[in-house]
Structures are given as C-alpha cells and as structure tokens.
Design a protein around this ligand. Structure first.
Ligand code: HEC
Length: 137
C-alpha cells in the first residue's frame, strides 16, 4: 500500500525525463538528416549501405555505434587507412570534415547512430567541442 505513491512518483519522473530527452533527440536526428544528405550521402548512400570496396557502410558498424570520441575524430580528421568491415576491405580516403560546425557534426552523428538500423546515444555539441580542441582544431 505505502509503496504505491513512490511508484507513481517514479513513473511520473521517468515520463517527464523521456518527454524532455526524446524531442531533443528527434530534432537533432532531423537536422542531422539534412547534413547527411548534403555531405555524406554521395559516398555512404541514402540507406547507409555504402558502396562495396569503395565507401564503407554505416549500418551496424562498430565505428558508428561505438566510441563517440573515435567517431567524432573520424569526421574531424577524415580517415586514410585500410579498414575491414563485414569481410570487405576499404582503403579509399575520406576527407576531413572539420569545416562543419560543432552542431552539424553532433546532429549528423546523432542521425547516423539512430538510422540504418542503428540505435545509440546522441552525440552532443559539448562532446564535439571537446574532441575539436583536443585535436587542436
Ligand atoms: C568522398 C566520399 C566520402 C564522404 C563525402 C564521406 N565519407 Fe565517410 N568514409 C569514406 C571512406 C572511403 C571511408 C573509409 C576510409 C578508410 O578506409 O580509411 C569512410 C569512413 C567513414 C566512417 C568509418 C567507417 C564506417 O564505415 O563506419 C564513418 C563513421 C564515416 N565515414 C562517416 C561519414 C560521415 C558522417 C560523413 C558526412 C559528414 C562522411 N563519412 C562523408 C568516404 C566518404
């Protein structure tokens, strides 16, 4: 009996938290889609499947859903090394995209981490800022 008020309270708190965080994520994903279409789609394709042996896929790939610092670094510095994804090797060069604003990088990475069958936490502007300054950019 006495624990019901506590349960109701906790339920309300969680509901409020998800109301607070979900629209932020949704808005970031929507902005990120535009950035993706402008700067990434031509190589990684609309569905994130990439082009075999040329441009790697972004769907269910550890680089995308894994460590955020490494992911942000790939966008800032580009990538120029041989990588293997699902048995295919990729060694084309991806140019640095450090000309994008911190907000644009946060949005596009939040978009790719929550599209193409991916589900991962959002990337924030603060996280992008921190990586940018640690790279001295
Ligand atoms: C000119 C083509 C091109 C563009 C534009 C491009 N990429 Fe890439 N991307 C590549 C290639 C090629 C690699 C692999 C580089 C290597 O093997 O060193 C890569 C690698 C990656 C990787 C790591 C490997 C993987 O599959 O997860 C991520 C993440 C990524 N790109 C995201 C992006 C995002 C986000 C954008 C837009 C801001 C973007 N790329 C724009 C060609 C491109």
């Amino acid at each position: 009996m006495t624990k019901y008020p506590l349960l109701i309270f906790l339920f309300l708190v969680f509901t409020l938290i998800s109301w607070q965080t979900q629209p932020g994520l949704k808005a970031s994903v929507e902005r990120g889609k535009n950035v993706y279409e402008t700067y990434c789609l031509s190589c990684h394709q609309a569905d994130g499947s990439g082009v075999p042996r040329l441009n790697p896929p972004l769907s269910k790939v550890k680089y995308v859903t894994g460590d955020k610092k490494e992911l942000i670094t790939i966008i800032m510095n580009g990538l120029d090394k041989e990588i293997e994804i699902n048995g295919e090797f990729y060694s084309n060069v991806m140019a640095p995209h450090d000309f994008l604003k911190d907000q644009e990088i946060a949005d596009v990475l939040t978009y790719v981490r929550n599209s193409f069958g991916n589900k991962a936490s959002a990337v924030t502007v603060a996280e992008v800022k921190a990586v940018r300054s640690s790279l001295g950019k």
